[in-house]
Design a protein around this ligand. Structure first.
Ligand SMILES: [Zn+2]
Ligand SMILES: [Zn+2]
Length: 428
């Protein structure tokens, strides 16, 4: 965030134009920058920065769009405009460059409501605001099963709707609202703050009339909404999560957000958040899971249900005898992935094989082992060496300790391209 208080700030840089820019180029640059930095168009957390930028862009345009002021700036720099704000700059409409108001009307749909630093320009209490009421956005957590099968969710929504009795007027049919004297009917209050060499006007909705510019006397207020213009409405809403919907996808209920008189309705927007799944990983429309098979199955084949799918179906695999399966081998099942929206097709299912070796509970007899040795392939030919040492070893070594004793060597393992588990860990 910066402000014109920084002496170094160059007004041409603020607008991102070159020093010889024509009035038309300056106007275009201003328009572009003001639109991009309009506080209503940026996310909440970027608003303060955008507001500051927005104000600076305005100030830069005020000076550069006026031939006299621009000449003054070109010859004397910012020092030509002293701290009290040079004549005309602080005086509301008087200081606005020609065409300013029209341009804003064009850019922001007429209403000047809520615009920072634009004091005294509202002039249209309650009307002329064609902006939409804010969208109501929320995250919606959904399981992979629900994304697979699809889901309809019903929920109760409570929102403000325009009062049906007064149609959003806030007062009785024949009553006329009194102009608010605090804001002169503008609906906005100015707060003047010093911003470096400039006096900056921040504008907020008037607290007396709630930004309306006018209000009804107690006896004239609408009986139903008590002058608030809106009433609460409870309503059942329904969203449909189509099979195959993805994480981050948005479901929009058009026009179901709070109503604000004089504005188009905003939407309720649900953003789908896919929960982690114990068994399945998802990438796009494909699914991935691990299956455990025993060593005997790996060697002799099998025919059984290896996994329960997201819709509860058992997935049966028949692996022929004599085709050895190894850990890390992948069985791809076409068409058993996630449904693909608006189509009959599905992604694929990838099953990563994990061969489970017998654990300590396996107590083979010497005869069994002898039989196995006979049955299984023989070892490679013995390694020839002139000297042979028989050594002791720890059968439960830990690869994390590899190189750890050495200050530099310790990082050798970690520095490896990926920090996946070392392959040795996979075959247990
Ligand atoms: Zn009412
Ligand atoms: Zn007021």
């Amino acid at each position: 965030m910066y402000s014109l208080a920084d002496i170094e700030v160059d007004l041409y840089e603020v607008l991102e134009v070159h020093r010889g820019a024509t009035t038309e180029e300056i106007r275009k640059a201003y328009r572009k920058s003001a639109l991009a930095n309009h506080p209503d168009k940026v996310p909440e957390d970027e608003r303060p920065a955008a507001e500051a930028k927005f104000i600076n862009v305005q100030k830069a345009y005020e000076i550069l769009s006026d031939d006299d002021k621009r000449h003054l700036y070109d010859t004397h720099g910012m020092s030509a405009f002293n701290g009290s704000g040079e004549p005309g700059m602080g005086g509301g409409m008087g200081g606005m460059p020609p065409g300013f108001e029209e341009m804003f009307a064009e850019m922001f749909g007429g209403g000047m409501g809520g615009m920072p630093g634009m004091g005294g320009m509202g002039g249209m209490p309650g009307g002329g605001r064609s902006r939409r009421s804010p969208d109501d956005e929320q995250d919606y957590e959904v399981s992979l099963e629900e994304l697979y099968k699809g889901k309809t969710v019903k929920f109760a929504s409570t929102r403000n709707i325009i009062c049906s009795l007064c149609k959003g007027k806030g007062g009785k049919e024949k009553a006329t609202a009194k102009q608010c004297s605090t804001c002169d009917g503008v609906g906005l209050q100015e707060v003047i703050t010093q911003m470096g060499q400039f006096l900056t006007k921040q504008t907020r909705p008037c607290s007396v009339c709630n930004g309306q510019g006018s209000f009804f006397s107690p006896k004239d207020k609408c009986k139903k909404c008590k002058g608030k213009q809106t009433t609460e409405e409870k309503k059942m809403l329904e969203i449909y999560i189509a099979p195959g919907s993805r994480d981050g996808e948005k479901i929009v209920l058009e026009g179901e957000a709070d109503q604000i008189p004089g504005r188009e309705n905003g939407d309720i927007v649900f953003k789908l958040m896919q929960e982690e799944h114990e068994v399945f990983d998802r990438a796009g429309s494909d699914l991935r899971a691990e299956i455990d098979i025993t060593l005997a199955e790996a060697l002799t084949g099998f025919s059984r249900v290896v996994l329960k799918h997201l819709d509860g179906r058992g997935i049966e695999i028949t692996h022929p005898a004599g085709k050895v399966l190894s850990t890390g081998q992948v069985l791809k099942i076409s068409g058993e992935g996630m449904p693909i929206k608006r189509s009959d097709s599905r992604g694929d299912l990838y099953l990563a094989v994990n061969v489970k070796f017998p654990d300590a509970s396996w107590k083979p007899t010497p005869e069994m082992l002898e039989k196995l040795r006979e049955l299984l392939p023989k070892p490679d030919p013995a390694i020839e060496a002139s000297t042979v040492d028989e050594v002791d070893y720890d059968p439960n070594g830990n690869m994390d300790e590899f190189g750890a004793r050495d200050a530099h060597g310790g990082s050798a393992w970690v520095d490896d391209e990926d920090d996946d588990e070392p392959a040795q860990c996979a075959a247990q």
